[in-house]
Ligand binder design. Structure first.
Ligand code: GLN
Length: 284
């Protein structure tokens, strides 16, 4: 009989050899997921052994992870800000970088007259819009995306969080699905330069949707197309918050200043103190 204790050590070794970082934690997660137990419950069962079915489903997870499939896709969900989101192939896994955008959006929204209408453009799993809606009872959110897998995840997340009355998930290109101008736009459009895609971690490069990452030659293809339309979709005094690569902020700010004359633009840093969010406020 092979016990959970022995299997955990073996799984950890296989992950370490396979170049998976945090091998110990990842080994725990595989077995916690398989048995649907907490870490404490798993550790309390160290001397037990799995059933054949459990051993087989753990083995499938281990092999997927060894092929560098992201842990979040294996688990099927991920914490973001203070909500839990379903994730899956076809939508970017919500990242801690993006929490800085949510934080700033909530701070600004708290100072604007309610009820606010917010558009989350290219919503993926719905992370940004849903985190804002979950934390601000007075907002209505339109979450847009072009891709069916993302729309499906965003709708399921909306229902699962009980936010269906205040969050509409709309299919379409960028701002086009919006019924009219809004008070705030949030977005994390693809901004990775095409030439850098091959240098990304295999987890990202092989499994996450290229259409959520690839921003063209200089990373700003979609962002420029989006910014041109922003003035038509933001009310006077409306605010745009856009996640970016720290290296693009100067170029993106210059472009935004050109196409949205009179707006004020500032930059907010992420948790690692890198320039991360472009905040544009329309003049009143
Ligand atoms: N921050 C993401 C990454 O580097 C990119 C997200 C995006 O393109 N919007 O993996």
């Amino acid at each position: 009989m092979t016990t959970f204790g022995q299997l955990l050590r073996k799984t950890e070794r296989r992950f370490a050899v396979g170049g998976i970082g945090d091998a110990r934690i990842e080994a725990d997660l595989v077995w916690m997921t398989t048995l649907e137990v907490s870490r404490a419950e798993l550790y309390a069962r160290m001397a037990d052994a799995p059933s054949d079915a459990e051993a087989q489903s753990a083995e499938e997870l281990i092999q997927r992870r060894l092929r560098h499939e992201p842990t979040a896709y294996l688990l099927g969900h991920r914490e973001f800000y203070n909500i839990d989101l379903l994730v899956g192939v076809g939508a970017l896994i919500p990242r801690p970088d993006t929490e800085a955008l949510v934080e700033e959006a909530l701070r600004i929204a708290a100072g604007l007259p309610a009820p606010l209408i917010i558009a989350d453009v290219g919503c993926g799993t719905g992370a940004i819009g849903l985190a804002i809606a979950a934390n601000l009872p007075s907002v209505h959110v339109y979450a847009t995306d072009l891709y069916p897998a993302a729309l499906d995840l965003a709708r399921r997340n909306t229902d699962r969080l009980g936010l269906a009355e205040r969050v509409d998930v709309l299919e379409g290109d960028l701002l086009a699905p919006l019924p009219g101008p809004v008070d705030m736009i949030t977005t994390n459009l693809p901004y990775v330069e095409s030439g850098e895609i091959p240098t990304l971690d295999p987890e990202v490069r092989l499994y996450e949707p290229r259409e959520a990452l690839d921003g063209g030659d200089d990373g700003l293809d979609l962002i420029r197309r989006f910014l041109v339309d922003v003035p038509r979709y933001l009310k006077p005094s409306g605010v745009l918050l856009m996640e970016m690569d720290p290296r693009q902020i100067a170029r993106a700010s210059a472009f935004a200043a050109d196409v949205v004359p009179g707006a004020s633009i500032r930059i907010v840093q992420d948790l690692t103190r890198r320039d991360r969010v472009l905040v544009l406020e329309m003049s009143a």
